[in-house]
Design a protein around this ligand. Sequence first.
Ligand code: MG
Length: 385
Amino acid sequence: MKRLAILGSTGSIGQSTLSIVEQFPERYAVASLAAGRNLEEAFAQVARWRPRLISMATEELAGQLAARLREAGISGVEVAHGTAGTVAIATLPEADFVVSAIVGVAGLEATHAAIVAGKPVGLANKECMVAAGEILTRAARERNVPILPIDSEHNAVHQCLRVGAHAEVKAIWLTASGGPFRQTPLEQFASITPEQALKHPTWVMGRRITIDSATMLNKGLEVIEACRLFDVGPEKVRVTVHPQSTVHSLVEYVDGSILAQISVTDMRLPILYALAYPERPASSLTFDLAKLRHLDFEEPDFERFPCLRLAFEAAAKGGAHCIALNAADEVAVEAFLDRKIPFLGIPRTIEQVLAATPESHPGTIAEVLAADGEARERARSSIRP
Ligand code: MG
């Protein structure tokens, strides 16, 4: 029986994780939940799962949840809050496995604390790996703690890597849907609206990641994530545009063999894989091969998607440049959604911030967060007229 600590339990990955627990009660139980700001959902999750500890984003929300639990006569559940609360969730002694699914760098300290505490981590938070991958992977290696990717592409790569040796890998191929503007004429990019950019062809996701898919910055973050998770340089990571999103990624070996992972586009499968690794439990997430007609693969267009080029450049420099790429993008996406900058202002802002970022390699989480703050400030001042 694995007892789970879930960071980001009310988000879509958190809820999918709980549906896996529901489906496999003989394998998984809930130890602790970091729920963020959604009080209703947090209350429902405590009532259903009775964790030992739950954490809310703020002290006020924690107080409200505690009062609701008292009214409902639910006892024995401790309510914490803030970063200290999230860290307590991740390091709870009885938790055997941590699902890291808080969006953004907010989950960074807790994810690091989980690894330092020797807990295996299922990682759905790519910003953690982009901003602090050098620190997280080093800590994990030193303690022999597995980090199992839940991001669908990296999960696919992890599966394909099980059949060969590290030195035999020629290239890791990350597939990209290409987003909604794969075929949009270049001259129309200047007038793309938030409404157009928020329509993703294959996945329903949060707002930032949907915009990041439209600019392909998301794929760029995944390139950096792949470098860190699989210990390869960016020259070994390739992106291929695969509009069907059926092949979740591929690994090319030096002998010429290419292994691909195909499955339904349902995040419960990578979550189940990460939770059960190295086992493969039987599931109902089947893929109908007979319905498969086309598998198209195209070269990505770096002119159309400058964010992808910027990400490869940041990946080559590592350290502060990867932190700045992620931070500047988050600020720029917010500004685009608020109609303060145009769609093409996103890569422009990132490029300016990267150019102003001195090369450095933060060695602690505190230094990562400081570099993140600096990059955000640079992005904000480059957006301000
Ligand atoms: Mg992905």
